[in-house]
Write a new protein. Structure first.
Length: 398
């Protein structure tokens, strides 16, 4: 675990570098940082890495971005990110070449953020949104946060209506963490699109991701899968060998005025995997401005369905078959089942143009017998899947 003093030193180093870096008309440096502490009200589980001791090692980060203008049409952008969370890799977050022939068209090539949810592009920039912890029912690590490929975007307007059309294609390879379980996931030929329409204070957004060729490497299950095939149960082995595809759909709407804002997003994930039935999640948030202070409330919900794994292995015939049978039964509790309802109350104070102080409390209500985004030491424990998360943080942009 990273100490808070180490965090402060690294973040301060990023800020100092960003402030003193040489810039020109062709090369510009910018960056952001956040220092976030949290405490979970239970000692029976973890949530987003938090437990019942104060910690700054889950959401704190710092990043430095460089943008270089090559000529009137081409530019190069890169971002280095340092993250305190052990489940996320630090290093190059994105690096891509941009070709912009005119004010309407833009094409990107390289390692790019996946433009799915409203805040997907800026999810690490806490200064860009009201929360300290975006609703996990949607903004969890289920989605493929970035990809290596190409992106095309068109911007247009008609009277008071502005719109953007975006399409992308690429490959993804990374480790996904959910409820304490790590999955190595590779996606070949991921593609999708985004349509966004703005009218006065309203914004409408719809998006999709198609990942038809997904390979999930669960090394912990390899011995069991091999044993099932050797014992003559290939169908059960195929169910546990998670290779297939999934499609995600999103619809969002928001309104922002000088005094208040409201926003909502709904996401549905459909899968052809034998074990994963689907995921349906949404959140609704409302905020009101008191000069430099924003107060907000957010309701979130997620329902995930798993297809039942039929266990055809008989018991009482041979010890080896008994071992396989009970291993399959244990695996049924291995996969995350993230049903969770939450209520988050928070406040944000922009005491400077580049600094914001945030505080929030989240009341979490999961479903007994399911993981509900919690990391459980013992799956069959008596933990009722209810807890309260307290957070306090400082956001910078520079």
């Amino acid at each position: 675990m990273v100490s808070r003093f180490t965090l402060l030193f690294i973040i301060e180093s990023f800020i100092s570098f960003g402030a003193t870096a040489k810039t020109s008309n062709d090369l510009q440096f910018s960056g952001f940082a956040r220092l976030v502490g949290g405490y979970l009200s239970t000692d029976e589980a973890k949530y987003e890495g938090y437990n019942n001791s104060v910690s700054f090692s889950e959401k704190s980060l710092a990043a430095l971005q460089a943008d270089y203008i090559i000529n009137d049409y081409f530019s190069l952008s890169g971002q280095l990110l340092w993250h305190s969370d052990e489940t996320r890799k630090s290093g190059v977050e994105w690096l891509y070449l941009t070709y912009q022939p005119n004010a309407s068209w833009q094409f990107n090539l390289g390692q790019i953020r996946t433009p799915f949810l409203k805040y997907s592009d800026v999810i690490d920039v806490g200064f860009a949104y009201p929360w300290l912890n975006a609703p996990q029912q949607l903004y969890s690590s289920y989605l493929f946060s970035q990809y290596k490929g190409v992106n095309a975007r068109y911007l247009g307007s008609f009277n008071e209506v502005a719109f953007s059309l975006e399409a992308y294609w690429g490959n993804y390879s990374d480790e996904i963490h959910s409820s304490g379980t790590a999955f190595d996931v590779t996606v070949d030929g991921m593609y999708g699109g985004v349509v966004e329409i703005s009218y006065r204070g309203f914004q409408f957004r719809t998006a999709t991701i198609h990942a038809n060729d997904t390979d999930t490497d669960l090394t912990e299950l390899d011995p069991l899968i091999q044993g099932l095939r050797a014992a003559g149960f290939p169908d059960t082995a195929d169910i546990l060998d998670i290779d297939g595809g999934a499609t995600s759909y999103l619809f969002g709407i928001s309104y922002d005025s000088l005094n208040w804002f409201a926003s909502a997003e709904w996401m549905s994930v459909k899968s052809d995997l034998d074990i994963l039935g689907g995921i349906d999640s949404f959140y609704v948030t409302f905020g009101y401005y008191f000069d430099e202070v924003l107060v907000h409330a957010t309701v979130g919900s997620s329902r995930q369905s798993l297809n039942d794994i039929e266990n055809p292995i008989p018991v009482g015939i041979a010890p080896q078959l008994d071992a396989l049978h009970f291993a399959v039964e244990e695996v049924k509790t291995y996969f995350p089942t993230d049903d969770l309802d939450s209520l988050t109350l928070g406040a944000r104070w922009d005491f400077r143009n580049d600094l914001a102080l945030k505080a929030e409390v989240s009341f979490l209500k999961g479903k007994e017998g399911k993981t509900s985004f919690f990391e459980l030491d013992v799956i069959g424990s008596d933990f009722d899947r209810r807890a309260t998360l307290y957070q306090l943080g400082l956001e910078w942009v520079f």
